[in-house]
Design a protein around this ligand. Sequence first.
Ligand code: URA
Length: 210
Amino acid sequence: MAGEVHCIEHPLIQHKLSLMRRKETSTSNFRALLQEIAMLLGYEVTRDLQLELHEIETPLMTMKAPFLAGKKVVLISVLRAGTGLLDGMTKILPSARVGHVGMYRDPETLAPVEYYFRVPSDLADRAVIVVDPMLATGNSAAAAVTRIKQEGASRIKFACLLAAPEGIAAFHAVHPDVPVFTAAIDERLNDHGYILPGLGDAGDRLFGTK
Ligand code: URA
């Protein structure tokens, strides 16, 4: 089964992403733009959430009005850069439950190493959106989703800002059932696992650590 990939080509997202890619973009602008794009991506990622009708009273009459059905969505941020996407998504899903998975890439092997894991206990009953801005090698994303599935989650989507073709292929080789939502699919990875042309290290740019 080939995995689903949704590249969200909305002009506002593309414009904001181009501003983020520029090397001279400041930390504060980078952070603000990532939050804005996360809200727009979140709008697309949640497009198929189920609704159910409940009776309400407007000032004029009663009506059956649509509300989100089922338990609250869970957003799971892959630390540390996932925090940037999480901030925007919680703006449009203010009641979402939130989990965190700490993964870093071993600089030699590029293999993911887990250092933190804390998620809501009832993932089996909830739609889960995993957020990490850069789908590069796909190793950390695949490892994070494997871990999240071990906790019982089955309705999972993965949302990122940029993806490399190699990362999408590696991720879907392990998780063909998890749709990927991204703002752009770039050319390729370099020898250090960075996305080209990309935007550099998303964590460093978001937190001003370099
Ligand atoms: N992580 C980043 O922050 N940037 C890349 O280009 C790849 C992985």
